[in-house]
Design a protein around this ligand. Structure first.
Ligand code: AMP
Length: 277
């Protein structure tokens, strides 16, 4: 599998694909979560395109852009057996050439949760995803529920800007102990790796309470906090029980809700979520 890099090359490769195209945008360092999106796209579309691009504009100044894990050869070997038709691996200069000045920004929905912790993050995400949509023109685009707010924000952007495509959301893939798969799990070593399961445990504690009839959102947030606070390596950034569609914090759960959290385990920042239907 030889990735295309430049825009002209990409256009030629895209034109050669007849029928429906499913796009799986990634930042590489692929794991089973990414592969599950690719398999779903393969099952639902005539052709599958995967982008591998560590998008600099979605990283804040003090974040892990320079040390974000990368291994293109390994990624290509994982993709190879899945029957992917097109891999686009642009450079930052191709995505953002000198003189670049156009940004896509979703408003209210990007302010809480991840947006409160990472104020410039979603502007980078929506801009790069809009550029991927324009360049590849997929019929369907596949995203993981693991990044719940990203899914909500991209859905909003697709609706607001009339992108002629369907957003498909795929379930979160987990390790055997429940830790949500993530390229950043590579940073977790030894005791930190063991402690990282606390996010899943906290979400489960709240889900059990919900299944037992608890509808007071603050009680569910407390449940999650109690479990997290019992793990000395965990430092809470936020714990949320919000409306699934608007992402506004709830008092009482009446419809679909999102339990979500961001937690530092040592120096590694992890996010996870459960949807309550
Ligand atoms: P990333 O490379 O982290 O930007 O992720 C690329 C896509 O894979 C995004 O749509 C993520 O939500 C999705 N993804 C990441 N981790 C998982 C996972 N554990 N299960 C399912 N999808 C995932």
């Amino acid at each position: 599998m030889i990735p295309v890099i430049g825009l002209d090359e990409l256009r030629a490769a895209r034109l050669s694909l007849k029928g429906t195209v499913g796009l799986v945008p990634t930042m590489g360092y692929l794991h089973e979560g990414h592969l599950s999106l690719i398999r779903r796209a393969k099952a639902e579309c005539d052709h599958v395109a995967v982008s591998i691009f560590v998008n600099p504009t979605q990283f804040g100044a003090n974040e892990d852009l320079s040390k974000y894990p990368r291994d293109l050869e390994r990624d290509l070997s994982l993709i190879e057996p899945l029957g992917v038709d097109l891999v686009w691996n642009p450079t930052p200069e191709i995505m953002y050439p000198t003189g670049y000045q156009t940004w896509v920004e979703v408003e209210a929905m990007t302010r809480p949760l991840e947006g409160a912790m990472r104020p410039t993050h979603f502007k980078g995400v929506t801009t790069v995803v809009a550029k991927l949509f324009n360049a590849i023109q997929p019929h369907k685009a596949y995203f993981g529920q693991k990044d719940a707010q990203q899914v909500a924000v991209i859905r909003q952007m697709v609706w607001d800007l009339n992108f002629p495509l369907e957003v498909v959301v795929c379930p979160t893939m987990r390790e055997a102990d429940g830790l949500a798969m993530s390229s950043r799990n590579k940073y977790l070593e030894g005791e930190d790796r063991k402690a990282a399961v606390v996010l899943f445990q906290a979400l489960n504690a709240a889900k059990e309470a919900y299944q037992g009839g608890e509808r007071d959102a603050e009680m569910l947030r407390s449940r999650m906090k109690n479990v997290l606070e019992a793990e000395p390596r965990a430092q809470i950034q936020y714990v949320s029980c919000a409306d699934y569609n608007t992402l506004e914090e709830l008092e009482m759960i009446k419809g679909k809700a999102l339990l979500s959290m961001a937690v530092l385990i040592g120096k590694t920042r992890l996010i996870d979520n459960f949807v309550l239907e």
